[in-house]
Design a protein around this ligand. Structure first.
Ligand code: ATP
Ligand code: MG
Length: 223
């Protein structure tokens, strides 16, 4: 088991009103599983991924990561866990525009203090894995949307994560590029033993996922 959420709740308070964005969520993510969380806009998907990714702290409930209760981690331990154990993929790619594909993928390795030599060899391998061996020196604006998302996937793999969190990774892509990205994530899951949690509106995800959760008004149900 990679992740277990127990009665996870996140309430946003704005003045006198409050929104329960994630409401007593229980979920489990196992090794090498592709887990999708499908729900409409505003249902709490991004909030839930932020909690699982240790980018936010729950109002109540807890998250176990590799069996350890993350409630007791310090901010620096949370940062280290994110950097060394998790990879993140976003709808709008979040690549640094002035860096090449290679440099974007190197960044998390540099932050994790890999040597220059280790970074170089591994980066080229990762970009080959995502089918971009011919695009190493391209900057984001010189790439198609599907290619940018591939660079982001290579970056997410940089530090050998056990978990990848993907928030609407196909939201900006046409249907063909979207399918290719889903297939790539699904292959990585099985070939590299990485768990992937993917939040989406896209009903087609239910067909390719190992486990599907539905989320509505912060409440999750297992399909
Ligand atoms: N920082 C915040 N402060 C207050 N309310 C917030 C905050 N972030 C999100 N919300 C509210 O929490 C609810 C869930 O938002 P969230 O972004 O998690 O939904 P989502 O499922 O990711 O939506 P989308 O599909 O549009 O990305 C929404 O009602 C939203 O307005
Ligand atoms: Mg969202």
């Amino acid at each position: 088991m990679i992740v277990k959420a127990v009665e996870l709740t996140r309430i946003y308070r704005l003045g006198s009103s409050h929104i329960t964005a994630v409401d007593k969520v229980n979920l489990q993510v196992d090794e090498a599983n592709l887990v999708s969380i499908i729900g409409p806009s505003g249902s709490g998907k991004t909030t839930l991924l932020h909690l699982i990714g240790l980018n936010d702290t729950p109002t109540s409930g807890k998250i176990l990561f590799n069996g350890d209760d993350t409630s007791f981690l310090s901010e620096s331990e949370r940062r280290k866990t994110r950097l060394q154990r998790m990879g993140f993929i976003f709808q709008t790619f979040n690549l640094l525009p002035t860096l090449t594909a290679l440099e974007n993928v190197e960044l998390p390795m540099a932050l994790a203090k890999f040597s220059q030599k280790e970074q170089m060899g591994k980066t080229v391998n990762l970009l080959e894995t995502v089918g971009l061996a011919e695009r190493l020196q391209h900057r984001p604006k010189q790439l198609s949307a599907g290619e940018m998302q591939r660079v982001a996937i290579a970056r997410a793999l940089a530090n050998n994560p056990s978990l990848i969190l993907a928030d609407e990774p196909t939201g900006e892509l046409d249907s063909k590029a979207g399918c290719e990205i889903i297939n790539l994530l699904s292959e990585l899951c099985k070939n590299q033993n990485i768990a992937v949690v993917l939040a989406t509106h896209d009903e087609r995800m239910a067909e390719v996922s190992d486990v599907t959760y539905r989320i509505c008004d912060g409440v999750i149900t297992l399909e």
